[in-house]
Design a protein around this ligand. Structure first.
Ligand SMILES: Nc1nc(=O)c2c([nH]1)NC[C@@H]1CN(c3ccc(C(=O)N[C@@H](CCC(=O)O)C(=O)O)cc3)C=[N+]21
Length: 306
């Protein structure tokens, strides 16, 4: 019988080629809970994460609730700010100014996407870079690109931790990232360059995307198109990281969550692959809390074991 990271037995029918993001995230959350307790033990205030949710997008509400629950579960304080979709940019900026000045708040996350006509870049750049636990502030994005210390955005950090676990040393491997967003594709490219990967960023205009993907030792799908990446796009022995979160209708009139990769096809070819759900998603939230603890420790000038 195999033993999981949490010391629990793994069911025998679990395919070891499927990367268990949920289990790896749970192990990270357990580490974080210990770190938070150790910080508080030294007499430091409880780390706090503020999440700002604008509008009533149902998916965003689910994520924000899940973030708040897990924040409290690792022993940190959670502050939620819900604003109507009609909020003015100035009113939203005032909320951020207040959170920047609030000593109980170590991390600030503004849930994306923001409703029109709010200008996300202008709002994200108002966050104090020291409290920017998403790493989306232009100064932090620039610092990451320049090879300086910077918070790594949560989803790319989650992908990196999964890859280290699944592949080990990444140096010299060819990573093909399909998707060029500021929140996944571009920062993940920076992170993998730092690991000495050879990195190619592909996107919807890339010519012969399938042939390019077939060259990847590490294939990352972050485009938001259900099942775009087919089995014959995967090099035998590659590791596939599926960042896509697509809700598709099922025959019984409900919805189902699927990634950007045709999972069963890719599983037949790849060495390791992340599922959706239960892959990158749970790691994203664990990494958000990791960034929050790191921000809290840095703001207090305290050491932490991350
Ligand atoms: N400022 C900001 N930072 C973000 O990091 C951010 C954001 N805005 N906006 C939305 C995206 C999306 N995102 C996810 C987090 C967790 C899961 C997750 O836990 N997914 C579960 C399933 C959840 C379900 O059933 O819906 C899984 O994949 O197993 C998914 C997606 C963070 N995002």
């Amino acid at each position: 019988m195999r033993i999981s990271l949490r010391g629990q037995p793994v069911p025998e029918d679990t395919d070891p080629r499927i990367i268990d993001g949920k289990a790896i995230a749970n192990a990270l959350l357990a580490d974080l809970a210990r770190e938070v307790a150790a910080l508080i033990e030294t007499g430091q205030p409880v780390p706090g994460l503020a999440v700002v949710l604008v509008g009533d997008d149902p998916a965003s509400q689910v994520y924000v609730r899940s973030k708040a629950r897990q924040t409290v579960a690792v022993g940190m304080r959670s502050f939620e700010h819900r604003l109507p979709a009609t909020v003015t940019e100035d009113a939203l900026l005032t909320v951020i100014d207040r959170l920047n000045a609030d000593p109980a708040v170590d991390g600030i996350l503004v849930q994306l996407p923001l409703p029109r006509p709010l200008d996300a870049a202008r709002i994200l750049d108002r966050i104090d870079p020291a409290k920017d636990v998403d790493g989306f502030h232009v100064v932090n994005a620039g610092r990451l690109s320049a090879g300086l210390d910077a918070p790594v955005p949560c989803t790319p950090l989650g992908c990196l931790l999964l890859l280290r676990q699944a592949v080990g040393a990444l140096s010299g491997l060819h990573a093909v990232i399909v998707g060029r967003s500021n929140i996944v594709g571009k920062p993940l490219a920076q992170v993998l360059l730092r690991e000495n990967c050879t990195v190619t960023i592909a996107h919807s205009r890339t010519r012969d995307l399938a042939a390019l993907c077939r060259q990847a030792d590490i294939l990352v799908a972050a485009v938001g198109q259900a099942g775009l990446i087919r089995g014959d796009w995967v090099k035998p022995g590659a590791t596939v990281i599926d960042v896509g979160i697509n809700r598709i209708p099922t025959a019984d009139g409900r919805t189902r969550l699927v990634g950007d990769v045709a999972f069963d096809e890719a599983l037949a070819v790849a060495d390791r692959i992340t599922p959706v759900p239960g892959g990158v998603g749970p790691m994203t939230i664990a990494c958000l809390l990791r960034n929050t603890l790191a921000a809290a420790a840095a703001r207090r000038g305290a050491a932490h074991g991350l």
